[in-house]
Design a protein around this ligand. Structure first.
Ligand code: ADP
Length: 249
């Protein structure tokens, strides 16, 4: 089975900006793919196209069992239930506890009404507690997330995505607001879940060294095009130039 298959995909934003150009990209189950490139290269657009927050304009785009170019009304909900998304700014509900935030990850399984009433089955609560323990937050389950540090909040966000038991985890620069040491902790957690649970992971990274250290495969984007695809060791000087040439950092 292929988790993701994009062929000749283009994406033009409503304002006419051509953000993805002729993307050919496929991902196999269990891969840990890092997407690298300068700011504005189209990394975030690519991830949002994969979970269909935004629609591709043309080409062939399949994710899990879905044809993204032709989605029925119930399909989107089903697709999103199978994809966990981790945001740069965590996107947590600040005045709720870590545990409640993680339980939100069970929404698709539990249903909105039970979720709103806080009526999660004991098995879901146990699952959420287990994942919070796995990210090292056993002592913080009942803390409001606005009382947690940035690194802890990002771990809550990872736990919320993982508790969904998704087949794919998409992480959009999850370390952008963390210091280098915490970045490694967060990446290592994602890698552990990838290895232990087989969750296919695609992560946008702006720090090249981290991509090289953790990813099994790297794709490089530049101005909406995929200009590199290969193993970290294949990232030659020439490949780096094609991705970053002329970049200030
Ligand atoms: P990256 O994640 O690599 O920094 P993005 O995918 O966020 O890049 O952005 C790629 C390009 O698309 C940028 O030039 C950005 O300004 C543009 N862009 C992003 N979102 C929109 C939007 N909603 N409408 C129009 N252009 C957009």
């Amino acid at each position: 089975m292929t988790v993701l298959n994009f062929k000749g995909v283009d994406l033009v934003y409503p304002n006419g900006f051509h953000a993805l150009k002729d993307i050919n990209f496929s991902v196999e189950p269990g891969e840990f793919v890092a997407v690298i490139g300068r700011s504005g290269a189209g990394k975030s657009t690519l991830l949002r196209a994969i979970n269909r927050t935004i629609e591709c304009t043309s080409g062939k785009a399949e994710v899990l069992d879905f044809n993204l170019m032709k989605m029925g009304s119930g399909d989107l909900r089903q697709l999103r239930a199978r994809i966990g998304f981790i945001f740069q700014q965590f996107n947590l509900v600040k005045n709720l506890t870590a545990l409640d935030n993680v339980l939100h990850g069970r929404l698709a399984h539990v249903g909105l009404l039970r979720s709103l009433l806080g009526l999660y089955p004991a098995v879901d609560v146990k699952l959420a507690q287990d994942v919070l323990k796995a990210v090292g937050l056993d002592g913080k389950m009942k803390s409001r997330v606005d009382a947690l540090s940035g690194g802890q909040q990002q771990r809550v966000a990872i736990a919320r995505a993982v508790v969904q038991n998704p087949e794919i985890i998409l992480a959009d620069e999850p370390m952008a607001s963390l210091d280098p040491k915490l970045s490694e902790v967060v990446l290592q957690l994602l890698l552990n879940f990838n290895r232990e649970r087989g969750m296919t992971t695609i992560v946008n990274l702006h720090v090249l060294e981290l991509a090289q250290k953790y990813a099994t495969r790297i794709v490089g984007m530049r101005e909406g095009k995929m200009v590199f695809e290969g193993k970290p060791k294949d990232l030659s000087r020439g490949a780096l130039d094609s991705i970053y040439e002329g970049a200030v950092s």
